[in-house]
Design a protein around this ligand. Structure first.
Ligand SMILES: Nc1ncnc2c1ncn2[C@@H]1O[C@H](COP(=O)(O)OP(=O)(O)O)[C@@H](O)[C@H]1O
Ligand SMILES: [Mg+2]
Length: 356
């Protein structure tokens, strides 16, 4: 099969990537415990999981920076498990500060092209074009210390893309940046990734980032894939307890389960498969699936309200626990103030339940 390499000029030429039952031991540490993932051509898969779950190990294995002890890696249908890194044609961006400090942005981006034997004027043009692509065309002569962290990461992205890699690997590339820049840059990276059409593995421990960027998000725990799904699917229909508790804010409210549903706070709500389904359980209810109504006779009361722009979040005291409730818009929060009595309702969105 043909595996045309993607470039800023040609779009939609991503290759398929397959992780097949990968294992990796570091002495007694079993870092990858049978990791299998299929990434479609041009797809961005965000690997999400807590620190130490094996995300970087998987990414390094794909990049050829580390080996696997068992399993295979296929790129474009070809087994590259034992191919050295310099034959794999991967573009890699790490957390931060990976630029050569004594080189300009342009020379940083041109570096990999020089290694590939491209002549000086061609690589200069290519490097300039790639800097243009990441919006830094006018910063070519700057040195890393003269640029912000966000700009440096754009240069790192340009450096990774300039070689026209077959796959783009991003290991927590935004983690060192402050919140606002992080959000801007993740949208920028996603836009460029779609434009170039390059198959991308994006590793992060930040669930908001993973959900915002991924075509699909793969949740990892202890060296294994728990679930891989489109962001909304993952959020609305977690398949395991780990995913239900790790992705998104959730309340755990006592209920009684049976016949595919759970009675919780006076409502009967369908149960998602995979969790506890009989007797006393903890129902994992999303903050936005709880409704509050100010009521003099309400049995619950508001402890605190925080405004978060387009939504507000209230902490509400029930008889024996505190829950978090999200409501859209400031208007919805009229009547919600510390001390206000409220009635609490649960919407019929399916929930995951755990053993009580
Ligand atoms: N070179 C190494 N030597 C020994 N242990 C390692 C090495 N690299 C990673 N590990 C261990 O493997 C596990 C997975 O690490 P890593 O892939 O870096 O996790 P993540 O990127 O998800 O935070 C951790 O327990 C980590 O301590
Ligand atoms: Mg890591």
């Amino acid at each position: 099969m043909t595996t045309a390499s993607p470039s800023p000029e040609t779009t939609g030429h991503g290759v398929a990537v397959v992780f097949e039952d990968m294992h990796r031991w570091y002495g007694p540490v079993h870092a990858l415990q049978g990791l299998s993932i299929d990434i479609a051509p041009g797809e961005l898969v965000a690997l999400l999981g807590p620190s130490g779950c094996g995300k970087t190990t998987a990414l390094r294995a794909l990049g050829g920076l580390d080996v696997v002890d068992q399993g295979r890696i296929l790129v474009g249908g070809k087994d590259i498990t034992n191919l050295p890194a310099n034959k794999r044609n991967m573009g890699i961006v790490f957390q931060a500060y990976s630029l050569f400090p004594n080189m300009t942005a342009l020379d940083n981006v041109a570096y990999g092209l020089r290694l590939r034997g491209m002549d000086a004027s061609t690589r200069k043009k290519k490097a300039q074009d790639t800097l243009d692509l990441v919006g830094l065309g006018d910063q070519a002569r700057k040195y890393p210390h003269q640029m912000s962290g966000g700009q440096q990461q754009r240069v790192a992205l340009a450096r990774a893309l300039a070689i026209e890699p077959s796959v783009l690997l991003l290991d927590e590339p935004l983690s060192a940046l402050d919140a606002k820049v992080r959000r801007q840059l993740r949208e920028e990276i996603r836009r460029i990734q779609i434009m170039v059409g390059i198959t991308t593995l994006f590793v992060t421990h930040d669930q908001e980032e993973a959900l915002a960027m991924g075509d699909r998000v793969g949740v990892m725990s202890a060296g294994r894939l728990e679930q891989i799904a489109a962001p909304a699917e993952l959020y609305d229909r977690p398949k395991t307890r780990f995913v239900a508790e790790f992705v998104g804010l959730t309340n755990r409210i006592p209920g009684v389960a049976g016949n595919g549903a759970v009675e919780v706070l006076g409502a009967r709500v369908p149960l998602l498969p995979g969790g506890a389904d009989r007797g006393r359980v903890g129902a994992l209810v999303r903050p936005e699936n709880i409704q509050l109504k100010p009521a003099e006779t309400g049995s619950a009361h508001v402890l605190a309200v925080s405004f978060l722009g387009s939504l507000c979040r209230a902490q509400v005291a029930l008889s024996d626990q505190t829950i978090v409730v999200a409501q859209m818009g400031a208007a919805e929060s009229v009547g919600l103030y510390p001390g206000a009595k409220v009635d609490v309702g649960v919407m019929p969105a399916p929930v995951f339940a755990v053993a009580d």
